[in-house]
Ligand binder design. Sequence first.
Ligand SMILES: [Zn+2]
Length: 356
Amino acid sequence: MPIDCGDYGSGSDSGGNNGGSSGGGGGGYNTPPPGNGGPPINLSPIECIVNLDCEDCGLPGDLNGDCTITYDEGRFNLFLQNLNGLQLSTFNNLNENSKTDVLNYLIANDFSERAKSFAMSAIDAWADAGEVNFEDEIINSLEGKALCIYNKLLSSSTGFKNAIKKFDGEFPVSHLSFKINNTLPSGNYGITKPPNNFNTTVEFSNTQLSNISDLGGAVAFAHEMIHAEIFRKMLSAAQKGNLDPANMTQQEQVAYVNSLRNNFPGIYDYYIERYKPTWNHNQMASHYRETIADIIEEFDDSSKSRQIYEDLSWVGLRILENGVTSIAWDVLTQSEKDRVLSNFNTHFFNGTSNCN
Ligand SMILES: [Zn+2]
Protein backbone atom coordinates (compact mmCIF):
# COMPACT_ATOMS: atom_id res chain seq x y z
CA MET A 1 0.00 0.00 0.00
CA PRO A 2 1.25 3.48 -0.78
CA ILE A 3 1.68 5.88 2.08
CA ASP A 4 -0.77 8.71 1.67
CA CYS A 5 0.69 12.18 1.86
CA GLY A 6 -2.38 13.91 3.15
CA ASP A 7 -3.39 16.87 1.03
CA TYR A 8 -0.09 16.72 -0.82
CA GLY A 9 -1.70 14.73 -3.56
CA SER A 10 -5.24 15.94 -3.38
CA GLY A 11 -6.69 17.60 -6.40
CA SER A 12 -6.97 16.67 -10.01
CA ASP A 13 -4.12 14.30 -10.75
CA SER A 14 -5.84 11.21 -12.00
CA GLY A 15 -2.67 9.13 -11.68
CA GLY A 16 -3.13 9.45 -7.97
CA ASN A 17 -1.63 7.01 -5.57
CA ASN A 18 -2.40 3.87 -7.42
CA GLY A 19 1.14 2.96 -8.23
CA GLY A 20 1.55 0.71 -11.19
CA SER A 21 -2.11 0.12 -11.80
CA SER A 22 -2.80 3.29 -13.70
CA GLY A 23 -0.37 2.60 -16.49
CA GLY A 24 0.36 5.67 -18.60
CA GLY A 25 -1.32 8.98 -18.11
CA GLY A 26 -0.26 11.34 -15.40
CA GLY A 27 2.14 8.95 -13.77
CA GLY A 28 2.06 7.52 -10.32
CA TYR A 29 3.33 10.34 -8.19
CA ASN A 30 1.63 13.00 -6.27
CA THR A 31 1.48 16.49 -7.66
CA PRO A 32 3.57 19.01 -5.72
CA PRO A 33 1.61 21.71 -3.94
CA PRO A 34 0.01 24.26 -6.26
CA GLY A 35 1.85 27.50 -6.92
CA ASN A 36 5.31 27.74 -5.47
CA GLY A 37 4.26 27.35 -1.91
CA GLY A 38 6.06 25.71 0.95
CA PRO A 39 5.49 22.25 2.31
CA PRO A 40 1.96 20.97 2.77
CA ILE A 41 0.43 22.24 5.93
CA ASN A 42 0.23 19.02 7.84
CA LEU A 43 3.44 17.27 6.79
CA SER A 44 7.11 18.15 6.74
CA PRO A 45 8.99 17.64 3.48
CA ILE A 46 10.80 14.68 5.01
CA GLU A 47 7.54 13.09 6.06
CA CYS A 48 6.02 13.73 2.70
CA ILE A 49 7.45 10.78 0.88
CA VAL A 50 5.39 8.54 -1.31
CA ASN A 51 6.51 4.96 -1.38
CA LEU A 52 5.32 2.88 -4.23
CA ASP A 53 5.61 -0.71 -5.11
CA CYS A 54 7.73 0.19 -8.06
CA GLU A 55 8.71 -2.85 -10.00
CA ASP A 56 8.63 -1.75 -13.62
CA CYS A 57 6.79 1.41 -12.76
CA GLY A 58 9.51 3.75 -14.11
CA LEU A 59 8.19 6.34 -11.76
CA PRO A 60 8.13 9.73 -13.50
CA GLY A 61 10.00 12.34 -11.50
CA ASP A 62 11.92 9.76 -9.49
CA LEU A 63 15.26 11.29 -10.34
CA ASN A 64 17.53 8.98 -8.39
CA GLY A 65 15.57 5.87 -9.22
CA ASP A 66 14.87 4.83 -5.65
CA CYS A 67 11.18 4.37 -6.36
CA THR A 68 10.38 7.26 -4.09
CA ILE A 69 9.31 10.78 -4.93
CA THR A 70 10.66 13.10 -2.31
CA TYR A 71 9.28 16.55 -1.69
CA ASP A 72 12.30 18.06 -3.48
CA GLU A 73 11.81 15.79 -6.45
CA GLY A 74 8.20 16.93 -6.53
CA ARG A 75 9.28 20.57 -6.52
CA PHE A 76 11.82 19.81 -9.20
CA ASN A 77 9.15 18.28 -11.37
CA LEU A 78 7.13 21.45 -11.03
CA PHE A 79 10.21 23.40 -12.15
CA LEU A 80 10.55 21.14 -15.19
CA GLN A 81 6.90 21.64 -16.05
CA ASN A 82 7.53 25.37 -16.35
CA LEU A 83 10.31 24.99 -18.91
CA ASN A 84 9.57 25.70 -22.53
CA GLY A 85 10.00 23.01 -25.18
CA LEU A 86 13.59 23.89 -26.08
CA GLN A 87 14.61 24.12 -22.43
CA LEU A 88 13.04 20.78 -21.64
CA SER A 89 14.71 18.99 -24.53
CA THR A 90 18.03 20.64 -23.61
CA PHE A 91 17.60 19.43 -20.05
CA ASN A 92 16.68 15.92 -21.13
CA ASN A 93 19.83 15.72 -23.24
CA LEU A 94 22.15 16.75 -20.40
CA ASN A 95 24.42 14.21 -18.80
CA GLU A 96 23.47 12.93 -15.36
CA ASN A 97 26.06 15.12 -13.61
CA SER A 98 24.63 18.31 -15.06
CA LYS A 99 21.08 17.26 -14.25
CA THR A 100 22.15 16.57 -10.69
CA ASP A 101 23.89 19.96 -10.54
CA VAL A 102 20.62 21.67 -11.42
CA LEU A 103 18.66 19.66 -8.87
CA ASN A 104 21.18 20.17 -6.07
CA TYR A 105 21.47 23.87 -6.80
CA LEU A 106 17.70 24.33 -6.60
CA ILE A 107 17.47 22.33 -3.39
CA ALA A 108 20.32 24.29 -1.82
CA ASN A 109 18.51 27.52 -2.69
CA ASP A 110 15.13 26.22 -1.56
CA PHE A 111 13.66 26.62 -5.05
CA SER A 112 13.58 30.41 -4.70
CA GLU A 113 12.35 32.46 -7.67
CA ARG A 114 15.87 33.79 -8.14
CA ALA A 115 17.37 30.29 -8.14
CA LYS A 116 14.78 28.98 -10.58
CA SER A 117 15.52 31.91 -12.87
CA PHE A 118 19.24 31.12 -12.72
CA ALA A 119 18.61 27.44 -13.43
CA MET A 120 16.52 28.37 -16.46
CA SER A 121 19.25 30.71 -17.70
CA ALA A 122 21.72 27.87 -17.17
CA ILE A 123 19.65 25.55 -19.34
CA ASP A 124 19.38 28.28 -22.00
CA ALA A 125 23.16 28.68 -21.87
CA TRP A 126 23.73 24.94 -22.26
CA ALA A 127 21.56 25.03 -25.37
CA ASP A 128 24.05 27.64 -26.61
CA ALA A 129 27.17 25.68 -25.56
CA GLY A 130 27.70 28.07 -22.65
CA GLU A 131 29.41 27.23 -19.39
CA VAL A 132 27.58 27.29 -16.07
CA ASN A 133 29.14 27.84 -12.69
CA PHE A 134 26.53 27.04 -10.07
CA GLU A 135 28.79 27.91 -7.17
CA ASP A 136 29.48 31.45 -8.35
CA GLU A 137 26.18 31.75 -10.23
CA ILE A 138 27.88 32.89 -13.39
CA ILE A 139 26.88 31.85 -16.88
CA ASN A 140 29.61 32.21 -19.44
CA SER A 141 28.75 31.92 -23.11
CA LEU A 142 31.71 33.96 -24.29
CA GLU A 143 34.07 32.83 -27.00
CA GLY A 144 37.00 34.14 -29.03
CA LYS A 145 38.66 37.37 -27.99
CA ALA A 146 36.02 38.20 -25.38
CA LEU A 147 36.55 34.85 -23.64
CA CYS A 148 40.32 35.26 -23.79
CA ILE A 149 40.15 38.69 -22.14
CA TYR A 150 37.63 37.50 -19.56
CA ASN A 151 39.84 34.56 -18.55
CA LYS A 152 42.90 36.75 -18.38
CA LEU A 153 41.05 39.26 -16.20
CA LEU A 154 39.88 36.52 -13.85
CA SER A 155 43.38 35.14 -13.47
CA SER A 156 45.23 38.46 -13.24
CA SER A 157 42.97 41.01 -11.62
CA THR A 158 41.75 40.72 -8.03
CA GLY A 159 39.69 43.85 -8.67
CA PHE A 160 37.81 42.15 -11.50
CA LYS A 161 37.45 38.90 -9.57
CA ASN A 162 36.04 40.77 -6.60
CA ALA A 163 33.61 42.62 -8.85
CA ILE A 164 32.39 39.27 -10.16
CA LYS A 165 32.26 37.81 -6.67
CA LYS A 166 29.68 40.34 -5.61
CA PHE A 167 27.24 38.49 -7.84
CA ASP A 168 27.85 35.05 -6.39
CA GLY A 169 25.65 33.09 -4.04
CA GLU A 170 26.78 35.00 -0.98
CA PHE A 171 25.18 38.20 -2.22
CA PRO A 172 22.20 36.79 -4.03
CA VAL A 173 20.67 39.89 -5.58
CA SER A 174 21.33 39.09 -9.20
CA HIS A 175 23.35 36.65 -11.21
CA LEU A 176 25.46 37.39 -14.24
CA SER A 177 25.31 36.06 -17.77
CA PHE A 178 28.10 36.82 -20.23
CA LYS A 179 27.16 36.51 -23.90
CA ILE A 180 28.47 37.34 -27.34
CA ASN A 181 26.57 39.84 -29.47
CA ASN A 182 28.43 40.60 -32.68
CA THR A 183 25.71 42.95 -33.90
CA LEU A 184 26.56 45.80 -31.52
CA PRO A 185 27.03 49.11 -33.36
CA SER A 186 30.50 50.25 -34.36
CA GLY A 187 32.50 51.49 -31.38
CA ASN A 188 30.29 49.57 -28.90
CA TYR A 189 32.43 46.81 -27.43
CA GLY A 190 29.97 45.71 -24.80
CA ILE A 191 26.56 46.39 -23.34
CA THR A 192 25.01 45.64 -19.96
CA LYS A 193 21.29 45.08 -20.10
CA PRO A 194 18.97 46.21 -17.32
CA PRO A 195 18.32 43.32 -14.94
CA ASN A 196 15.46 41.02 -15.74
CA ASN A 197 14.18 38.29 -13.47
CA PHE A 198 17.26 38.50 -11.18
CA ASN A 199 19.55 38.17 -14.19
CA THR A 200 21.98 40.79 -15.48
CA THR A 201 23.26 40.05 -18.97
CA VAL A 202 26.52 41.52 -20.24
CA GLU A 203 27.17 41.19 -23.95
CA PHE A 204 30.40 41.72 -25.88
CA SER A 205 31.06 42.01 -29.58
CA ASN A 206 34.08 40.12 -30.86
CA THR A 207 33.71 42.06 -34.10
CA GLN A 208 34.24 45.33 -32.24
CA LEU A 209 36.81 43.96 -29.80
CA SER A 210 38.94 42.88 -32.77
CA ASN A 211 39.53 46.59 -33.51
CA ILE A 212 41.21 47.32 -30.18
CA SER A 213 44.10 46.08 -28.03
CA ASP A 214 43.80 43.48 -25.29
CA LEU A 215 44.17 46.28 -22.77
CA GLY A 216 41.36 48.08 -24.57
CA GLY A 217 39.23 44.95 -24.22
CA ALA A 218 39.99 44.91 -20.49
CA VAL A 219 38.75 48.51 -20.28
CA ALA A 220 35.52 47.43 -21.98
CA PHE A 221 35.06 44.57 -19.48
CA ALA A 222 35.80 46.78 -16.48
CA HIS A 223 33.39 49.41 -17.81
CA GLU A 224 30.57 46.88 -18.22
CA MET A 225 31.25 45.39 -14.78
CA ILE A 226 30.68 48.83 -13.27
CA HIS A 227 27.34 49.04 -15.08
CA ALA A 228 26.45 45.62 -13.68
CA GLU A 229 27.60 46.68 -10.21
CA ILE A 230 25.38 49.78 -10.28
CA PHE A 231 22.43 47.60 -11.33
CA ARG A 232 23.27 45.16 -8.53
CA LYS A 233 23.10 47.96 -5.97
CA MET A 234 19.82 49.18 -7.41
CA LEU A 235 18.35 45.67 -7.28
CA SER A 236 19.32 45.33 -3.67
CA ALA A 237 17.55 48.63 -2.98
CA ALA A 238 14.50 47.60 -5.00
CA GLN A 239 14.27 44.11 -3.48
CA LYS A 240 12.94 42.92 -6.82
CA GLY A 241 14.14 40.88 -9.79
CA ASN A 242 14.01 43.88 -12.11
CA LEU A 243 14.06 47.66 -11.88
CA ASP A 244 11.10 48.61 -14.03
CA PRO A 245 8.94 50.99 -11.95
CA ALA A 246 5.95 49.78 -13.98
CA ASN A 247 6.32 46.45 -12.19
CA MET A 248 6.35 48.05 -8.75
CA THR A 249 3.46 49.14 -6.64
CA GLN A 250 3.53 52.74 -5.52
CA GLN A 251 4.55 51.55 -2.09
CA GLU A 252 7.44 49.56 -3.55
CA GLN A 253 8.54 52.58 -5.58
CA VAL A 254 8.64 54.76 -2.49
CA ALA A 255 10.58 52.13 -0.53
CA TYR A 256 12.99 51.75 -3.47
CA VAL A 257 13.74 55.48 -3.68
CA ASN A 258 14.14 55.71 0.09
CA SER A 259 16.49 52.76 0.11
CA LEU A 260 18.59 54.30 -2.68
CA ARG A 261 18.81 57.54 -0.74
CA ASN A 262 19.84 55.79 2.46
CA ASN A 263 22.15 53.11 1.09
CA PHE A 264 23.47 54.39 -2.23
CA PRO A 265 23.52 58.18 -2.06
CA GLY A 266 25.75 58.41 -5.15
CA ILE A 267 23.23 56.55 -7.28
CA TYR A 268 20.37 58.48 -5.69
CA ASP A 269 22.09 61.75 -6.55
CA TYR A 270 22.55 60.94 -10.24
CA TYR A 271 19.53 58.73 -10.86
CA ILE A 272 16.85 60.55 -8.85
CA GLU A 273 18.00 64.04 -7.87
CA ARG A 274 19.44 65.14 -11.19
CA TYR A 275 18.12 62.50 -13.52
CA LYS A 276 19.16 62.43 -17.16
CA PRO A 277 19.03 59.43 -19.50
CA THR A 278 22.82 59.43 -19.43
CA TRP A 279 22.97 59.50 -15.65
CA ASN A 280 24.99 56.33 -15.16
CA HIS A 281 27.86 57.36 -17.43
CA ASN A 282 27.98 60.69 -15.64
CA GLN A 283 28.16 58.91 -12.32
CA MET A 284 30.77 56.46 -13.56
CA ALA A 285 32.89 59.31 -14.94
CA SER A 286 32.82 61.03 -11.56
CA HIS A 287 33.12 58.07 -9.21
CA TYR A 288 34.29 54.85 -10.87
CA ARG A 289 37.28 55.73 -13.03
CA GLU A 290 39.74 54.75 -10.29
CA THR A 291 38.09 51.33 -10.07
CA ILE A 292 38.41 50.83 -13.82
CA ALA A 293 42.04 51.99 -13.73
CA ASP A 294 42.82 49.54 -10.89
CA ILE A 295 41.34 46.59 -12.78
CA ILE A 296 43.17 47.27 -16.04
CA GLU A 297 46.45 48.08 -14.30
CA GLU A 298 46.42 44.64 -12.69
CA PHE A 299 45.43 43.08 -16.01
CA ASP A 300 48.44 44.78 -17.59
CA ASP A 301 50.86 43.86 -14.77
CA SER A 302 51.49 47.55 -14.05
CA SER A 303 53.81 47.58 -17.05
CA LYS A 304 52.87 51.18 -17.89
CA SER A 305 52.60 54.35 -15.85
CA ARG A 306 49.51 54.77 -13.64
CA GLN A 307 48.55 57.82 -15.69
CA ILE A 308 47.95 55.66 -18.76
CA TYR A 309 45.48 53.41 -16.93
CA GLU A 310 43.67 56.40 -15.49
CA ASP A 311 43.46 57.96 -18.93
CA LEU A 312 42.14 54.77 -20.53
CA SER A 313 39.38 54.61 -17.91
CA TRP A 314 37.82 57.57 -19.76
CA VAL A 315 36.83 55.37 -22.67
CA GLY A 316 33.04 55.53 -22.97
CA LEU A 317 32.78 58.16 -20.23
CA ARG A 318 33.96 61.24 -22.08
CA ILE A 319 31.08 61.80 -24.46
CA LEU A 320 27.60 60.87 -23.30
CA GLU A 321 24.85 61.17 -25.91
CA ASN A 322 24.49 63.54 -28.82
CA GLY A 323 28.02 64.81 -28.38
CA VAL A 324 27.39 66.10 -24.85
CA THR A 325 30.43 65.60 -22.65
CA SER A 326 30.31 64.33 -19.08
CA ILE A 327 30.48 66.65 -16.11
CA ALA A 328 33.80 65.18 -14.99
CA TRP A 329 35.38 65.50 -18.44
CA ASP A 330 34.46 69.16 -18.70
CA VAL A 331 36.61 69.89 -15.67
CA LEU A 332 39.83 68.71 -17.34
CA THR A 333 42.27 71.19 -18.85
CA GLN A 334 42.89 71.11 -22.58
CA SER A 335 46.35 69.56 -22.14
CA GLU A 336 44.87 66.82 -19.94
CA LYS A 337 42.23 66.11 -22.57
CA ASP A 338 44.91 65.96 -25.26
CA ARG A 339 46.97 63.52 -23.22
CA VAL A 340 43.96 61.25 -22.63
CA LEU A 341 43.10 61.17 -26.33
CA SER A 342 46.70 60.49 -27.26
CA ASN A 343 46.75 57.54 -24.84
CA PHE A 344 43.51 56.24 -26.35
CA ASN A 345 45.23 56.19 -29.68
CA THR A 346 48.45 54.55 -28.51
CA HIS A 347 47.12 51.99 -26.02
CA PHE A 348 43.43 51.42 -26.76
CA PHE A 349 43.06 51.52 -30.53
CA ASN A 350 46.62 50.32 -30.99
CA GLY A 351 48.83 48.24 -28.74
CA THR A 352 49.33 44.57 -28.03
CA SER A 353 46.65 42.10 -29.03
CA ASN A 354 47.42 38.48 -28.16
CA CYS A 355 43.79 37.53 -27.61
CA ASN A 356 42.16 36.71 -30.89
ZN1 LIG B 1 28.61 52.26 -20.61
